[in-house]
Each structure stands twice: as structure tokens, then as C-alpha cells.
Design a protein. Structure first.
Length: 107
């Protein structure tokens, strides 16, 4: 499980960094958009998309934080809805997943 913890912590660090970059860009319009936003830059011409992106990052961060809490409490890997074990492949692809595939697609 320590691998997962490390992955989650790396994901968290990268999101925190992206959030900071985004905030700087919003505050200082003249600054060019960082390279890792290049793909999204095309659609980021208005504040609405900026806000949406910011919310998306905030949500991702929340998911990761709660996954780290579950890891600490020993409930990581169990679906928060039905309690069954989340499929290993799903956790591999989405380490912050809180629900099994069935509950996630029903939600
Ligand atoms: Zn479930």
C-alpha cells in the first residue's frame, strides 16, 4: 500500500502546483500560460473556463485527500457506497477512486 500512498502524494503535489500556476495566471493576465496548460489554453479564453478548471482541480484534490485519509484509516480500496472491494485495475487507473465501478456509474 505504500506505493499507493506515494502515488497519491505525488498526484496531490502536482495538483497543488497546477492550482498555484493557474491562480498566478488569473491574477497576472500578461503572464503566458504555463506549458502544461497548453492543451487547455485554446479553450481557456474566458473566465468561465478558468473557474471550471479551478473547480476541477479542487475536486481532484479533495478526492486525493480523502483517499489518503482512507489509506490511513485502513478503509482504502473499499467502495464508499456499497463497501465491496474496488477492482484492482480501477484503483490502478484511478488511485483516488472512492467507489466501485458499479456505484460510480450509477452515481
Ligand atoms: Zn460500490
Amino acid at each position: 500500500m505504500s506505493d499507493i500512498k506515494q502515488r497519491l502524494e505525488e498526484m496531490r503535489a502536482s495538483i497543488v502546483e497546477r492550482k498555484a500556476k493557474l491562480a498566478r495566471h488569473v491574477e497576472h493576465r500578461e503572464e503566458p500560460l504555463p506549458q502544461d496548460f497548453a492543451e487547455q489554453a485554446v479553450e481557456m479564453e474566458n473566465d468561465e473556463t478558468m473557474v471550471a478548471l479551478e473547480q476541477e482541480l479542487a475536486q481532484e484534490l479533495k478526492d486525493i485527500e480523502s483517499a489518503l485519509v482512507r489509506l490511513k484509516e485502513g478503509t482504502y480500496g473499499n467502495c464508499s457506497q456499497c463497501g465491496t472491494e474496488i477492482q484492482a485495475g480501477r484503483l490502478e487507473a484511478l488511485p483516488a477512486a472512492a467507489m466501485c465501478i458499479d456505484c460510480a456509474s450509477a452515481a
